[in-house]
Design a protein around this ligand. Structure first.
Ligand code: NAP
Length: 462
């Protein structure tokens, strides 16, 4: 993504129609200062609240998400184009992560006794303070709640810089948490551009930061935080492999592979992006894969029978067009798709499969953030693992086999933050989520996620 040139205004632009529905003035420096002061003040009170009190508020947020999921889904689909039913499911998943941490936070953060030469020694987990969250538009509610639920339960307070194309989602989330009862200042949305992030990280009142988004944005935030010696969690891009070996259930692999690639109109960090298939079954896999792509319905995301809506912004559509053109220039063959929808004001791109791609070419190592699958053929498991690992990223990996020895090797040798055998890579509040290599560092969700933004305090009593 040409992120450097992206000087995005803060606005709701419907990607289905291209229409600008609402624009927002970014906060002034003075307004930012007021919000930071409020956050710091709120922290002093919030850190003194009990887990029971925080749980009550977070469960209330879950109630609101469930009650008004249609309303929130409408905002998501209008701002970034995901199918409406998927947006409803996203609101429900946010409720789930709230309930999960409302129930589990106290247990995760309980003191841990350790026997030493002291009469009593233990670990006590304490909140850090104001945490800045810089979030992307692709799961505009989920990404925020998966940060906010553990952070607020731990006693931190959050300030959100959301992506500039989802301001109404950002404001709705702030409102949900306020209506749920969290005191003023515990969670605030800052409508600001990316250019304000560095100054906020430098501010003494901000103790840590997390960013979900692209590599350049992550590197920029991490270097600003590094200069200030502040803790960072990064959830960045991926180009996940989807490995299918000879013994796999091919029909099930194809079915899941299509969903894995097309989730969120192809704009998911953990989407399967590179399909690496054993030569012995590759013809059959390819035929079924193309058939399933042919059957996908591209269209208005508000309609129930639509499988794929528009890409979120014009810039993403243009990136995808350029990437496909580059792949073709390098010798790739298009099996299906390969074009934007002509005569459409929206950002629609056809479901596309590329094959015969040079695995060592630069384009084969890039992330396609849209409905484009790369299909590779390999002779055996060694070649499959080598190709799967031949990228700078390491987010998730899905691998299909029914041979136990192959399964064990894939689990051990695939370079990724998660490996799913015979299944779709997905996030789940109960399991840690995150990547290695250029996909980032740190973990969200589960017990590991809530431990990222706490002071792991050692206590020793004579
Ligand atoms: P992006 O441009 O990096 O934007 C993400 C957020 O970072 C936005 O709020 C954006 O603000 C902000 N931002 C951009 N440049 C920045 C900078 N230099 N300093 C500070 N903040 C900056 O990401 P995207 O391209 O829209 O989103 C897609 C990427 O996110 C993909 O690579 C995808 O794989 C990744 N992603 C990863 C995960 C994960 O969990 N690992 C989940 C979802 C998405 P503006 O909107 O104002 O520019």
């Amino acid at each position: 993504m040409a992120w450097r040139e992206k000087n995005m205004s803060i606005a709701t632009i419907n990607p289905t129609t291209g229409e600008t529905l609402k624009t927002f003035d970014p906060l002034t420096d003075r307004e930012i200062e007021t919000k930071l002061a409020l956050a710091a003040e709120a922290f002093e009170k919030h850190r003194q609240t009990t887990f029971q009190q925080r749980s009550q508020w977070l469960n209330k947020a879950a109630d609101i998400l469930e009650r008004d999921k249609q309303k929130f889904a409408q905002i998501m689909t209008t701002e970034m184009g995901k199918p409406f039913q998927a947006a409803i499911a996203e609101a429900e998943k946010c409720a789930k992560v709230c309930r999960f941490y409302a129930e589990k936070a106290e247990e995760f953060l309980a003191d841990v006794e350790i026997t030493t030469d002291a009469s009593n020694s233990y670990i006590s987990y304490q909140p850090l303070g104001v945490v800045l969250a810089v979030m992307p538009w692709n799961f505009p509610f989920w990404q925020v709640f998966r940060f906010a639920a553990p952070a607020l339960m731990a006693g931190n307070v959050g300030i959100l810089k959301h992506a500039s194309n989802v301001p109404q989602c950002a404001l709705a989330i702030e409102e949900i948490l306020q209506q749920a009862g969290f005191p003023e200042g515990v969670f605030q949305t800052l409508l600001i551009g990316a250019d304000k992030v560095e100054a906020i990280i430098k501010d003494d009142r901000v103790k840590a930061a997390t960013l979900t988004g692209s590599e350049p944005a992550g590197a920029s935030l991490a270097s600003a935080a590094g200069k200030q010696i502040k803790k960072v969690v990064l959830e960045l891009g991926g180009s996940d492999p989807f490995v299918v070996l000879e013994s796999a259930d091919i029909e099930a692999a194809v079915e899941t592979g299509v969903s894995a690639r097309m989730l969120n109109n192809g704009q998911s960090c953990i989407a399967a992006k590179r399909f690496i298939v054993a030569e012995a079954i590759a013809d059959k896999f390819e035929k079924l894969f193309v058939e399933k792509f042919e059957a996908l319905k591209l269209g208005n995301p508000m309609q129930e029978d639509t499988d794929i809506g528009p890409l979120a912004t014009e810039a993403i559509l243009s990136d995808i067009e350029q990437q496909v053109a580059k792949a073709v220039d390098n010798g790739a063959k298009i099996l299906i798709g390969g074009k934007a929808l002509p005569d459409s004001a929206g950002n629609f791109y056809q479901p596309t499969i590329l094959t015969e791609i040079d695995p060592d070419s630069a384009i084969a190592r890039e992330e396609f953030f849209g409905p484009v699958a790369m299909l590779f053929r390999v002779k055996d498991i060694d070649e499959a693992i080598a190709l799967a690992n031949n990228i700078p990223f390491g987010l998730g990996a899905s691998a299909w086999t029914n041979v136990p020895e192959e399964r064990d090797r894939l689990i051990k040798d695939l370079e990724a933050g998660s490996v799913f055998i015979n299944g779709l890579v997905k996030s789940d509040p109960r399991l840690p989520f995150g990547g290695i290599k250029r996909s980032g560092f740190g973990r969200e969700l589960s017990s590991q996620g809530i431990h990222e933004f706490v002071n792991i305090k050692t206590v020793w009593i004579k």
